[in-house]
Design a protein. Structure first.
Ligand code: ADP
Ligand code: MG
Ligand code: ZN
Length: 497
């Protein structure tokens, strides 16, 4: 397969076939120590094999001890997705050989996951969408293989056990996703949820959130699922969307050619923009799961579960609903403010700094101009909530037009100078006071008798010319709406006289 598949119009295959996609997400839980030993999980940047002990090195005779916090974080995730939890569970050994798995088996959960049957709902460009979550279970991470060059230029693989035994949660979805966009959005929403409840830092680039998409196609109008291909190695949300879109087109081309698919695991290459064969897929029978004899079964008592549930913060979906219903924000603004923690903080702090200030314009400034300035800036950008509130007030009472306000926000973000001071220094305050504009209007009318005659004769454009003259006379500071009203009033009064 070449990149020809990617060059076709995106989504063309979706006219003939329906994609059926189930997503598996592995995420490193936010704990201080590893899953079954007391080694620290803070090994980022540390010397390889400096955070290890007999347990996470898989030495014979070493015994695992369960990390209570890790269990709590999976229970919290289960509560947050509305899943059910068994009264008791146990640990199972998943057996396979690979150099990153020193024991020759991974301690995992097979038929009694800590969370089962939940859902996750998120917005897409085609409206809200819900994916059923089959299960979330707890297991341990593997070591990391580092591929390098040996002294004689030969290719060698090194094993770093710092990651070995880090608590890992696997979240498996039902095959409910139908498009590449839904796949990306599901992963984004899960990341947001995990961060909100503090279960994981869930940074994809650091491998704390690993997304695998199981993709199959079926002809539109048919029920039976097709052969699935597992796609992995996507290291950004964009890659998830691109990989799934590519895989849909690739499979469609194979099916259209009269061939059939084989179960396989494929990797995604960002550089080539295509998936590639990694290995044929194991089935769960190959793992010879059996109960872990070195750990006791785990009882989840109701009070423990209730206290975990009681400590959950406001979840993203409820947060968005509150912003829409109670504050009148648009679905877009609500989604941005809930997903972007920094923007959300500025929004909340601005409202707190100015009681009574309307939320909607504040949201507009934050999701619009603030994010534009922040995302374009090379370094960190600081907007003072009280100053943003002052800016919103000046726009609301007509003292500042939008263009000037934008300029003021940019200047404030750059230097920290106060909004009032910037407005004064740059002479941006709009003249909205009819009395203040009166004398200028008088002068403009006197100096432009021809335009005045045109307006009187019913030529609508002529009033625009007169407003332009007022703007010119005030160096752009006049409020154009107020100026126009003042001109009309003058001319009407003149007519009556
Ligand atoms: P495995 O261990 O083989 O990865 P799991 O049960 O952990 O199996 O995960 C299987 C994933 O594949 C689930 O997300 C499931 O919804 C999805 N899936 C199962 N059958 C299909 C199919 N025919 N097409 C797409 N996804 C599928
Ligand atoms: Mg799996
Ligand atoms: Zn250890």
């Amino acid at each position: 397969m070449t990149t020809a598949g990617a060059a076709r119009p995106a989504g063309a295959a979706l006219e003939r076939y329906e994609a059926v996609i189930g997503i598996e997400v592995h995420c490193q839980l936010r704990t201080e120590s590893k899953m079954f030993c007391s080694c620290s999980t803070a090994y980022d940047g540390a010397r390889p094999n400096s955070h290890v002990c007999p347990v996470c090195l898989g030495l014979p005779g070493a015994l695992p001890v369960m990390n209570r916090r890790a269990v709590e974080l999976v229970l919290a995730t289960g509560a947050a997705i509305g899943a059910s939890t068994p009264d008791a569970t146990r640990w199972d050994r998943k057996n396979y050989f690979y150099p990153d798995l020193p024991k020759g088996y991974q301690i995992s959960q097979y038929d009694l996951p800590l969370a089962a049957a939940g859902t996750l709902t998120f917005d897409t460009s085609e409206g809200p969408f819900t994916v059923r979550i089959t299960r979330a279970h707890l297991e341990e991470d593997t070591a990391k293989l580092v591929h390098a060059e040996g002294p004689a230029g030969e290719r060698i693989s090194l094993v770093d056990f710092n990651r070995s035994g880090v608590p890992l949660m696997e979240v498996v979805s039902e095959p409910d996703v139908r498009t590449a966009e839904q796949a990306r959005r599901y992963a984004e929403e899960l990341q947001l949820l995990l961060r909100t409840i503090g279960a994981s830092d869930a940074d994809m680039e650091h491998g704390q959130l690993r997304v695998e998409a199981n993709v199959s196609l079926r002809r539109r109008g048919t029920e039976a699922f097709g052969t699935r291909v597992e796609v992995k190695n996507m290291n950004s949300f964009r890659s998830v969307e691109h990989a799934v879109a590519f895989e849909i087109e690739r499979q469609a081309a194979i099916l259209d050619g009269g061939e059939s698919l084989r179960m396989e695991t494929r990797g995604w290459s960002d550089e080539r923009g295509e998936t590639y064969h990694m290995r044929s897929k194991e089935t769960s029978d190959d793992y010879r799961y059996f109960p872990e004899p070195d750990l006791p079964p785990l009882r989840v008592d109701a009070a423990w579960l209730a206290s975990i549930r009681g400590e959950l913060p406001e979840l993203p979906a409820a947060h968005r609903t509150r912003y829409r219903d109670a504050l009148g924000l648009s679905a877009y603004d609500a989604a941005v403010l809930v997903a972007d923690a920094d923007a959300g903080r500025l929004f909340e702090a601005t409202l707190a700094a100015a009681p009574g200030l309307e939320a909607k314009p504040v949201a507009n400034w934050v999701t619009g101009d603030y994010l534009r300035i922040r995302n374009a800036a090379a370094g960190p950008v600081r907007v003072d909530p009280a100053e943003l509130a002052a800016l919103v007030r000046l726009v609301a009472d007509g003292s500042l037009n939008r263009t000037s306000a934008r300029q003021v926000l940019e200047a404030h973000a750059q230097s920290g100078e106060g909004v009032e001071a910037i407005v004064g220094r740059l002479g941006l305050r709009q003249i909205s006071d009819t009395a203040a504009l009166g004398a200028i209007v008088e002068d403009v009318l006197a100096a432009n008798p021809a335009a005045v005659a045109d307006v009187r004769a019913g030529k609508a454009q002529a009033i625009g010319f007169l407003v332009g003259q007022v703007m010119k006379a005030t160096r752009g500071q006049a409020n154009a709406t107020v100026a126009q009203a003042a001109i009309r009033e003058r001319l009407d009064a003149g007519e009556r006289a």
